[in-house]
Design a protein around this ligand. Sequence first.
Ligand code: NAP
Length: 281
Amino acid sequence: MILITSASGHVGSAILRSLVQAQLPVRAFVHSEQGKEQLSRAGVHDIVVGDLLDPASLRAAFRDVNQVFHIGPPEHPRELAIGQAMVDLAQEHEVSQFVYFSVLQPFISSLRHHWNKLLTQEYLVDSGVPYTVLHPTMFMQSPQRAIQSGVMAAPYSPDQPMSVVDLDDVAEVAVKVLSEQNHLRAAYDLIGDEPLTLRQRAEIVSRVAGRSIEVQQIPLETVTAQLPRSTLIEAYGSDSLGRMFTYYSRHGLTGSSNVLGWVLGRRPTSYEAFVRKSLGH
Ligand SMILES: NC(=O)c1ccc[n+]([C@@H]2O[C@H](COP(=O)([O-])OP(=O)(O)OC[C@H]3O[C@@H](n4cnc5c(N)ncnc54)[C@H](OP(=O)(O)O)[C@@H]3O)[C@@H](O)[C@H]2O)c1
């Protein structure tokens, strides 16, 4: 049995879909009854509703589990504590593999969610629990909104190169690392293409869709001001996102697609191929 956390989120639901299609036995850990309903409608039967901060609900979810796919909630102030609790339970239950969904270049210390993921990774490696770590970069975004509005916008410099990856490729990797034998002690960068600036991505969308797309850098304050600030989690998230987009504007976020090509056994989906797929071309 594979336990997957944050299972009703953007990443979790895509990965869960692939695991179900591959007929792997999965248990989904979700935060709310709405998350449970969403996954039930998608054909998932074994679902535990609980809080990643609540040891009792986590412990209940570990019954008969021998593999874990842990996705931490994004921009969460307790991300490290959650990761450590998951590793502790995996050790106690003697799981055969803990797959940790980290991020590209977790060592960037000015980005709290990268750093929290790095420390979680360190805790996992030191625990002795057999592991596989995934380092996905930013996901390719659907081009539909840009095509409808004629504007492709982001809160970071349109001229800094960014590596992007198709979430479908990442979900394919999830199935491979959980079902094949040779992925223990591995850490894989998941990158789909050569680094592209926002301007270059807009040019590709424009060429494929056959309409001109304007590029806009949204002021950071516009994005963070729209986020709710009523709780510690939300204030932390807003600060964390602010740091992330400032970093992207200064340095971009780039890496190589060599490893993903090796894991998939084929060339990863390029940004242009992703846009064509999204538009049904
Ligand atoms: N987006 C990217 O380009 C990218 C790239 C690399 C890595 N990542 C990483 O991928 C991970 C997942 O991101 P995402 O975009 O899938 O996030 P998401 O869509 O916001 O999903 C997060 C999920 O976590 C659940 N959750 C939050 N707090 C919880 C708690 N205390 N207990 C149990 N569940 C809880 C949420 O449930 P509720 O909504 O019901 O609270 C939600 O289903 C993050 O760690 C992120 O850093 C993202």
